[in-house]
Structures are given as C-alpha cells and as structure tokens.
Design a protein. Structure first.
Length: 421
C-alpha cells in the first residue's frame, strides 16, 4: 500500500468508506489492498497555446481505479484546485457506482487543473484538446471512457471526440470513446439531464418508502450547475417546493418557493446566483442549515462536515455531488436519524445513461427520450429498493449497504477473473 500522506479529503473519505465496507464484509487484507490502490494513475503537464499566458503549464490527471467489471468510466473535472489524490478518490467512487448501478464498467476519473470560469470558449477548447492529446493512450472504449464532471460539459466532450477521430485520420471514432457528447455527434438524448433527474427519481422512491409526500416537500439545493439546476427544475416540475439554491457565489432563499425558470434566467444574464431578485441572499452555510425536508448537496466534496452537520434540519439528504459528506458527519447524521441517500446510488443516473450512450453508439442505434427516461427511472428505483432492503435486513445505513453491495460485486468479479498477471 502506498505511504503517501493523504492530503485530499475526497480520497480520505473514499478510503474510509471502502475500509468500512471491507470490515462489514470481513474481506481479507489481500482483497483490500487490491481495491485500495488504483490500477493506474497518470500525471500530465500540458502546454497549450492560449490567448492568455495565465497557465504556463497545466497539470492534468487520469486515474483508472479498476477495470475488473469493464473499461474504467468517469468524468473529467476541471477545477483550479483539483489534485491527483482527489482524482484518485473520485475514480475509486466510480468503481463502486458502476458496480452498484450494474453497468459493465470499472471506475476512472480525470482532472484538469485550471478554472473554467476564467477561460474563453476558445481557450477552454484548446485545453480540452491538449488534455485529449496527452491522455490519448489512456482513453478508449476498452480502456477508459470519460464524460463530463464539474467544470466540463457536452461541448467539451464533442471536442474530445473530434480530436480523437482527427488523430486517427477518420471522420468518426469506431465505438464509444467518450460519453455526454452533443446528440449530433453520437450523444444520447437526456444525458445532460440524467444525473439531476436520477437524483429526483431516487428521492421520489425514497419518499414513497419512508411515507413522505414528495409533492409537499421543501427542498434546498447546494450547487446550481448541471446536477443541481436539473434536479431543482425537475423537482419543481414534480410538485416539490424549492426554497433555497446556491452556487459558489452564494445563495438565494424564498420560503414560498423559488421560480427556478427565473433563477436560470438570472444566471444566464449575470453568470452567478448572488443578487437574484426573487429571493433573499443567503450564504452556503445558511443553505446547509436551511429549515427544509430535503437537502440536495450537488456542488462538490466535503460540504457536510463534523463542524456543520449538527445544524442540518432536513430529514433526507440526497447526495447529488460526489463525496459531499465526510465520515464523521455521517455518524452524527445517523444519530440524528437523517436518511442519507449516498452518492454512489443517488447520482448514478449520469453513468447509467452514459452506458446507454455507449451501447447506442456501439450498435449504431438511436434511443428516444421516452426510452431513456423510462429506463433511467426503472434502474434508479430498482437500485434504491435493493439498497434499502439490504440496509433493513443488515441493520446498516444506506451508505454502508450501498458500499457492501458494490464492493462485493467487484470482489466476486475479481475472483471470477482469477489471478491476473
Ligand atoms: P458543474 O460544474 O456543472 O456545477 C457545479 C456547481 O457547484 C456550480 O453551480 C458551482 O458554482 C457550485 N459550487 C462549486 N463549489 C461550490 C461550493 N464550495 N459551494 C457552493 N457551490 C459550489 O458541476 P456538476 O456536473 O453539476 O457536478 C456537481 C457535483 O455532482 C460534483 O460533485 C460532481 O462530481 C457530481 N456529479 C456530476 C455528474 C454529472 O453528470 N455532471 C454525475 C455524477 C456526479
């Protein structure tokens, strides 16, 4: 096992959760060592020619944590503070997520260390192309298939596909190298909305099982990017009241319910949430402590900590983000009887629809939005039920149950494959 000092809270959380599941499953040390270390981690230094000289050498990372169940799958995070250890933790989470949601993939992740908000569209495209060229040997339908994550989007995935096809001297790539692409370039309808929608499908199932009325719930959403904005919009369409939302600039609250269409319009015009006229300005700390039924952390990791979780009033936490809750906070939430739908279940809708995109592209088919949403809803409910039943039978939290199911599938597949060289 590596002796590197763990500076990343994301990696600390991921390892803690693995060790917790390993203890519950009584896994031997050899199995644990195989699961803890990623199969491959790559650090790149990119030197793209940008219109600004702000980024002379950009660090980028690719981690393939596991390919036991299939090619590594996981998004590309573009953020100024992302570290190799963060990417390692996020890649490990992907292994459990793909295993739990039962798609034939392993876990991987990429990180590109720069601030997308500070880049022109042209500079961002150049950086994405530079990342693609640097990572070209590590990306492929049977190796690692990236997708969008924080700071990257559909357009970026289109550039990756173009860059890979161009490098091969072809008009298209043969097979699926990247998911979350524009529909015109082989993407699938509904992928952009899939993570946020999946969070709400999962939540509606949870409310059904817990005897709560989703349509009467007051919801607070932290993070108003791809996942948070879609989750807020879809929850409002399903009749729930969104009382607070936030982004990195701050948040807004209206106890009578925010008009999410107007929030989106305000962001389109101003580029940030702060200053929205239809609510009162709040901080992210106030959002976490909001008096609501459901809290959806959909921003980034380590937002619910030992320091702030005593303030939480929500009855359900639905983890749209990856790793938003730290282990010590988890214990306190359990004592407070707050029902946590863990990230590897709650936000798995994105990777599930990525799997549909992968199969669609491989088979040169086209699915309709109705088919995609119906399959997404069915899979999220089925997996919610499976984790819920396991947690009841084994007297575990939802996170413990989800981790045990996910880890035991990977262990069983490792055993089935036998000793690899
Ligand atoms: P995004 O870049 O589209 O949006 C991120 C949002 O979070 C922005 O509104 C940003 O301002 C806000 N934010 C960032 N740091 C914050 C902070 N400290 N406090 C408050 N707000 C903050 O990213 P996204 O794709 O929506 O991803 C959000 C989370 O969901 C990440 O943890 C990501 O790993 C996870 N996730 C994303 C997908 C996907 O399909 N995009 C799938 C699964 C999980």
């Amino acid at each position: 096992m590596s002796n590197n000092i763990l500076t990343s809270r994301m990696l600390q959380t991921a390892r803690f959760n693995l060790e917790m599941a390993a203890a519950k499953l009584k896994l031997g040390k050899t199995s644990l060592i195989r699961l803890i270390e990623p199969k491959e981690k790559i650090e790149l230094t990119l030197h793209p020619k940008l219109s600004t000289t702000k980024y002379p050498g950009i660090k980028a990372y690719v981690v393939r944590h596991s390919d036991t169940l299939g090619p590594a799958k996981g998004g590309i995070r573009m953020s100024p503070g992302v570290t190799l250890q963060d990417v390692e933790g996020l890649a490990m989470e992907m292994t459990w997520k793909t295993s739990l949601i039962e798609v034939p993939f392993g876990g991987g992740k990429s990180g590109v260390c720069c601030d997308p908000a500070a880049l022109s569209a042209d500079d961002k495209e150049i950086i994405i192309r530079s990342y693609t060229r640097g990572a070209v040997r590590h990306i492929g339908p049977e190796i690692y298939v990236p997708a969008p994550d924080m700071g990257t989007n559909e357009a970026d995935m289109g550039h990756i596909r173009d860059c890979l096809a161009y490098s091969a001297g072809k008009s298209i790539t043969s097979g699926c190298y990247v998911t979350g692409k524009p529909v015109l370039l082989g993407g699938i309808v509904g992928r952009r909305e899939a993570t946020g929608k999946g969070v709400i499908y999962c939540l509606m199932r949870a409310c059904e099982r817990l005897g709560m009325k989703f349509s009467q719930a007051a919801i607070a959403v932290q993070g108003f990017g791809n996942v948070g904005s879609v989750a807020a919009q879809f929850a409002a369409e399903m009749g729930a009241k969104i009382i607070a939302v936030s982004d990195i600039s701050g948040g807004t609250m209206n106890r009578s319910g925010l008009d999410i269409g107007k929030v989106c319009e305000h962001i389109r015009k101003t580029g940030k949430l702060a200053g929205f006229a239809g609510g009162r300005d709040i901080t992210n700390a106030e959002l976490i402590a909001a008096d609501c039924d459901i809290l959806i952390p959909a921003a980034t990791q380590s937002q619910i900590t030992e320091a702030n979780c005593a303030e939480i009033k929500a009855k359900i936490i639905a983890e749209g983000a990856n790793g938003p809750t730290e282990p010590k906070a988890d214990d306190i939430l359990e004592q407070k009887n707050i029902f946590v739908i863990p990230d590897i279940l709650c936000n798995a809708g994105g990777v599930f629809v990525s799997y549909l995109e992968y199969t669609q592209e491989t088979q040169r088919e086209q699915m309709t939005i109705e088919e995609v949403n119906e399959r997404l809803n069915r899979r999220m409910c089925k997996k919610f039920d499976e984790v819920y039943e396991y947690s009841k039978t084994n007297k575990m939290t939802m996170r413990q149950a989800a981790m045990c199911i996910a880890v035991s599938r990977v262990v069983a597949a490792t055993d089935a494959r036998g000793a690899l060289p």
